[in-house]
Design a protein around this ligand. Structure first.
Ligand SMILES: Cc1ncc(C[n+]2csc(CCOP(=O)(O)OP(=O)(O)O)c2C)c(N)n1
Length: 378
């Protein structure tokens, strides 16, 4: 609630302005309908709610979240040193990505990612060094190892959604019980591809979970300018399937919503749209400067809802976490990330003519000529 100045507690105009902005932030994320929430920001479980994972599973999920945050920090530093082209951090969205990926079975389910789902795709089998190579601009990082059910990262917004539906429909026609999950942002949801994909998925009842990460921003465009609807999940009704809103900073709620959507798809009942209301706690990528368009008060409000702190608080309340456990886990993660960086940097750097390979099985003469010219120029 906005505070009002009183005789005992007079507030300056600037403080009132900050209060108003904070309230606007709260309101822009609160769905008018039911939003699934289990783990409160203070790490306690809401009355009547059930914890859907074992303590061991929660520790494992926390490890993926901490790995993700460690990679964020290291990748930004590598980019600043000129050792990485660019990078889009996951910071703030760890519970959204990890909670959803935990409901997927890497042996039969597919992930069709955007580009901000590192812990999900790596848990699913995509190598961490390959992920780093991708952002280093090396085409070797775009290669998905055989047997790993992940499609390449997608930079062209929403272009992955029709692929996901085609894949899901194909699995259905083959009689497989595999489910396809595709990730996209609130910005990507405004693209035509999103609507075509959702319509086709509804009509074919393809086993697809549309996982929309509403992280508040599409670079500098706020979520409030992205749609005139009060939330994104309600769009699903128009395509003939359910839409649910979940607190995207709550690992337990995201997992629960996702598990229900996956089970629904496995039973042959078709797609679900999940709107995960989360927050990008930082820059869009290393080329962006959020201080140009984000209010500091907005960021501090979300800092209090840090998804990692929320999970560690819960684990501590179960006597399943302490400083020693954290040091040990972090040390193991640091070693893993060091090794992945070393391995990625050991790959031969790409040559300019490589941008022409793996585009066409049989390239047209015009492209062959361009490739020869690139080859001759160095
Ligand atoms: C078709 C297309 N248009 C524009 C861009 C430039 N672009 C890259 S990321 C981005 C914002 C994406 O926002 P959102 O979908 O919400 O995902 P987020 O990065 O916030 O996770 C834009 C406009 C693009 N990559 N593809």
């Amino acid at each position: 609630m906005t505070a009002h100045p009183t005789a005992d507690d007079p507030k300056t105009e600037a403080e009132l302005d900050l209060d108003r902005k904070q309230e606007e932030v709260e309101q822009s994320f609160a769905g008018p309908g039911e939003r699934l929430e289990i783990l409160s920001p203070d790490g306690t479980v809401r009355p009547g709610a059930e914890v859907p994972l074992s303590t061991e599973q929660v520790r494992d999920a926390l490890r993926w979240m901490m790995l993700s945050r460690t990679v964020d920090v290291r990748a930004i530093s590598l980019q600043r040193q000129g050792r990485m082209g660019t990078f889009s951090a996951v910071r703030g969205q760890e519970a959204s990505v990890v909670g959803s990926s935990f409901a997927l079975d890497p042996a039969r389910d597919w992930i069709v990612p955007q580009y901000r789902e590192l812990p999900g795709v790596v848990r699913h089998g995509f190598p961490l060094d390959g992920y780093l190579l991708y952002w280093m601009g090396n085409p070797a990082g775009g290669r998905v190892p055989d047997g790993v059910k992940v499609l390449p990262l997608q930079i062209a917004l929403a272009a992955q959604l029709p692929h996901a539906v085609g894949l899901g429909w194909g699995l259905k026609l083959q009689g497989s019980d595999g489910v396809v999950t595709t990730y996209f942002g609130d910005g990507a949801s405004s693209e035509g591809d999103t609507h075509e994909a959702m319509n086709l998925a509804g009509v074919t009842r393809a086993p697809v979970v549309f996982f929309l990460q509403n992280n508040g921003w599409a670079i500098s465009t706020p979520r409030t300018k992205q749609t005139a609807a009060s939330n994104f999940a309600s769009r699903a009704e128009g395509y003939g399937f359910p839409g649910v809103i979940v607190d995207g900073n709550d690992l337990f709620a995201v997992y629960t919503a996702m598990q229900q959507a996956v089970e629904r798809a496995r039973r042959g009942e078709g797609p679900t749209l999940i709107e995960s209301q989360t927050y990008r706690m930082g820059a869009h990528n290393t080329a962006d400067d959020p201080t140009r368009y984000m209010e500091p008060v907005e960021l501090s409000g979300w800092d209090e809802r840090d998804p990692i702190r929320r999970v560690t608080s819960w684990l501590r309340s179960q006597d399943a976490w302490d400083d020693e456990a954290e040091r040990e886990m972090q040390a193991g993660i640091d070693r893993q990330v060091d090794e992945a960086i070393e391995s990625a940097e050991a790959f031969a750097p790409p040559n300019p003519e490589q941008i022409y390979t793996h585009v066409y099985a049989d390239p047209p003469e015009r492209l062959r000529a361009q490739q020869r010219a690139a080859l001759d120029s160095h």
